[in-house]
Design a protein around this ligand. Structure first.
Ligand SMILES: NC(=O)c1ccc[n+]([C@@H]2O[C@H](COP(=O)([O-])OP(=O)(O)OC[C@H]3O[C@@H](n4cnc5c(N)ncnc54)[C@H](OP(=O)(O)O)[C@@H]3O)[C@@H](O)[C@H]2O)c1
Length: 331
């Protein structure tokens, strides 16, 4: 049996329920994973809330797979990122075996009719969604990497962050931001990270020049920058694309994970996991395992329904430093 988190209608955390299910058998090119921990992402919550932009993405995805449109919508599971141990392999799986410890993220358009979710004791994943866990990488760190690593790598690729750049990154203390700032400094860029004042020391510990968000942020960025700002990666939305233009940047040097129609019309780039490439997750996992990049885990919650609801409530505050994790194997 496998306990899983699922929901049968859109809504707040009250729609989440924990149920017992029979563990499935892996099919062609799939593995079954006994999950040890799962990291949370804001997208997980937007999906079970049925946020309108997420539903539009799901509808568009369904158009390319019309058969899925007729499949029952609910119940659906929750969560993307995971770490765990393979306990069964399907046919035509060559690079993974029972007993391998893997991390990964369940890909697919948010809001599409997939019913998969990583908040489960057992999950089925295509081999393309998993990589081997380096031995020295902790279970909880591994659980946090999937979406954030692919998003950070994709975004830095899209705006071509390189040595010599002076890059501004908003929501620098968040799940994606705290990885993106480190990957950018690793590439030789100077990074100015925008976060609340209480995160200034945290950002300094990551090798970042901290700047507080709020009124007057442009003046603070200009005062902190050691030279002209060359790029901006917006991990928050709102006014940060405008900030990029006001700093004199061109659209191709402004990337945003949370685009508004206006931002895109002005030429800023909607980026993130859409620009990830195979190998990104493995590369970041190796950097974290070596100690070159750090993960910040704000809190780990047990795998109980009340605790999972509490974790999503904390995530929704929008002020988590780094990541939240659900410890699934520990009971
Ligand atoms: N396009 C994609 O592929 C993609 C992929 C992943 C995520 N996303 C989206 O990107 C966003 C960030 O994801 P995430 O996982 O990093 O979120 P997150 O971890 O929840 O981000 C939280 C961080 O945001 C910071 N923050 C709050 N208000 C801020 C403000 N006004 N200015 C700057 N920073 C502020 C907080 O810092 P303080 O507490 O110091 O304020 C906190 O550390 C989400 O909207 C998510 O849905 C997009």
């Amino acid at each position: 049996m496998s306990r899983v988190i699922q929901y049968r209608r859109f809504g707040g955390t009250e729609v989440l329920e924990m149920v017992d299910t029979t563990a499935e058998e892996p099919g062609l090119g799939e593995v079954r994973i006994r999950v040890e921990a799962a990291g949370l992402n804001p997208m997980d919550e937007k999906v079970f809330h049925g946020a309108p932009p997420v539903r539009v993405v799901g509808f568009v995805a369904a158009l390319s797979k019309p058969a899925e449109w007729f499949s029952p919508k609910f119940p659906k599971r929750v969560g993307h990122d995971f770490v765990g141990t393979i306990d069964a392999v399907g046919s035509q799986v060559n690079d993974f075996a029972v007993g391998d410890v893997v991390l990964g993220t369940l890909r697919g358009a948010p809001g599409a009719k997939t019913k998969r979710g990583s908040l489960a004791e057992s999950l089925i994943a295509p081999v393309d969604d998993v990589v081997h866990k380096p031995e020295s990488l902790s279970i909880e760190s591994a659980a946090t990497l999937g979406v954030s690593a692919q998003t950070a790598c994709g975004a830095l690729r899209e705006i071509d962050v390189r040595s010599g750049d002076v890059v501004v990154i908003s929501a620098a203390a968040g799940g994606v931001g705290s990885l993106a700032v480190q990957l950018a400094t690793h590439r030789g860029a100077t990074v100015i990270g925008i976060a609340g004042e209480s995160n200034a020391d945290f950002l300094r510990s990551l090798g970042v020049i901290p700047v507080a968000h709020g009124a007057g942020v442009k003046d603070r960025v200009l005062a902190a920058a050691p030279g002209p700002v060359t790029k901006i990666l917006d991990c928050y939305g709102g006014e940060y694309v405008k900030l990029g233009f006001s700093l004199g940047l061109r659209g191709s040097t402004i990337g945003t994970l949370v685009p508004s129609p206006k931002a895109i019309l002005r030429g800023a780039r909607f980026t993130g996991s859409r620009h990830a490439q195979p190998g990104d997750l493995e590369e970041v996992a190796a950097l974290v395992a070596s100690g070159a990049v750090k993960t910040a885990i704000a809190r780990a919650y047990p795998f109980e329904i009340a605790a999972v609801r509490e974790a999503f409530t904390e995530l929704a505050t929008g002020h988590v430093r780094g990541k939240l994790v659900i410890d699934i194997a520990a009971r």
